[in-house]
Design a binder for this molecule. Sequence first.
Ligand SMILES: [Fe+2]
Length: 194
Amino acid sequence: MASQRLPVFQKFIDDLRQAFADGPDTKAAMEKTQSLLEGLVKDEGLRAHSKDWPSTEGHKNLLLYEDPDYGFAINAVVRTPNRKGGIHDHAHAWTAYGLLDGVEKLERYSRVDDGSKEGYAEIKLDSVSESGPGTVDLVPPYDIHSEKGGPGRSVAVIVRSERLVGRVLQGRYDPEAKTTHQGEGPTQVPFELA
Ligand SMILES: [Fe+2]
């Protein structure tokens, strides 16, 4: 299977493995991951290849790769036009979010209340940044954010320091109702970049 992989994607995996081997910690590895992912999402060949990737509509992620040694996972999200993502965090995991095709807006929020009241959360919108092909955001643990699709289809490649789905629940937030709850992340759909 591995020999069938797109060469640009195999090289990316090899470079990520080196970044995690070099460490010295997850933060350092994910900072290297951010620049490696910038290289990947600027690749015209991969962008052309992604035109055929299936939609992840219905709270899904394509699972492109999961590393057996270091535990990092590479996902893709294929959004339909004007898709409004929910507001959430990624628990203790680091996430590098790279836009390969289309445009999206990334909203970042901060928590206003002290979190002492069960199920209650006040959050405020701090910034909205528009990303186009080739941009990568590094999202630290527990950072509250939301990705909103643009007017056309958009494709993102995501590297997570570990897979949370099936293991750890993630925070979800409703700013109008001022509520929060813990939920399961997106369904993982294995997809080989061959
Ligand atoms: Fe996210």
